[in-house]
Design a protein around this ligand. Structure first.
Ligand SMILES: [Zn+2]
Length: 212
C-alpha cells in the first residue's frame, strides 16, 4: 500500500516537470541550433560517452535559457585519430576543413594543450581556424573544442564565446574563471550580445534554426 500512496505525488511531479519543459520549448521566441559533435576515440573506445555529452548540452541549455536559445545534438561522428590530442595551434587549425553545414561544431578530444603555457592543459576553447576557407555564411570558420577533462559547464562557456562574449571579471558569471555561490549565468549585456550574434548567424546563413 505504501508504494501506491507514494506513486500519486510522483506522477504529478513528473507531469509538472514535463509541462514546464513543454511550455518553455513552445515559447514563440525560442530558437534551437543544431550541434555536430565529433568525438575522438582511443583503440575504438570514445574518450567520452553520450551521457557525458548530454550532461554538457543540458547545462548549456539551462544557462542559455534567458537568451531563449537551446542546443540539440543533430549529428555525432567519430573524430579521426590524427586529432585525438591537440598539442599545437596547427592541430586546432586542422579541424577547420571539417566544418560543413549550418550547425555549431563541437570537437571532443582526449587532451587539449595550452598553447601559451607549455605543459599546461585546458578544458575547452573557442577557436577560429585559418584553414578551410570561409565557413558557412562566408565568415571565418569557428568552433568549440572540448577536452575529455572538461567539467559540465565548459561547453556553455565556450558557446558563450561562440556567441561573441569575452571573459567576465564577475565571479559566478559563466564567462568568468571564478565560481560564485549560485549556478553560472549571463548578465543582461551578454544576453543582448548573444541575441545580436545569433541574429547575424541566421541572417548570413552560418546557422539555421532547427525546425524552420
Ligand atoms: Zn574562455
Amino acid at each position: 500500500m505504501a508504494a501506491q500512496h507514494r506513486s500519486l505525488p510522483t506522477f504529478f511531479l513528473a507531469a509538472a516537470i514535463f509541462s514546464l519543459g513543454w511550455a518553455s520549448s513552445a515559447s514563440a521566441e525560442e530558437r534551437t541550433f543544431g550541434l555536430r559533435v565529433f568525438v575522438a576515440d582511443v583503440e575504438g573506445e570514445p574518450v567520452v560517452d553520450q551521457a557525458w555529452i548530454d550532461e554538457r548540452i543540458q547545462w548549456a541549455n539551462r544557462i542559455f535559457e534567458p537568451a531563449e536559445l537551446t542546443f540539440t545534438q543533430q549529428v555525432r561522428e567519430d573524430l579521426a585519430d590524427e586529432h585525438t590530442d591537440m598539442v599545437s595551434r596547427a592541430d586546432r587549425h586542422a579541424l577547420g576543413p571539417l566544418i560543413e553545414g549550418q550547425r555549431i561544431h563541437v570537437f571532443v578530444v582526449r587532451s587539449l594543450a595550452d598553447v601559451d603555457i607549455e605543459g599546461n592543459f585546458i578544458r575547452g576553447v573557442h577557436w577560429r581556424s585559418r584553414r578551410g576557407g570561409p565557413g558557412p555564411g562566408g565568415g571565418q570558420r569557428h568552433f568549440v573544442i572540448l577536452s575529455s577533462i572538461a567539467g559540465p559547464t565548459v561547453l556553455a562557456h565556450e558557446l558563450g564565446h561562440f556567441f561573441g562574449n569575452p571573459h567576465s571579471p564577475t565571479p559566478g558569471n559563466i564567462m568568468s574563471y571564478s565560481r560564485g555561490n549560485g549556478p553560472p549565468f549571463f548578465d543582461a549585456q551578454q544576453l543582448r550580445r548573444i541575441g545580436r550574434h545569433q541574429e547575424r548567424f541566421v541572417r548570413t546563413e552560418e546557422l539555421v534554426v532547427v525546425g524552420d
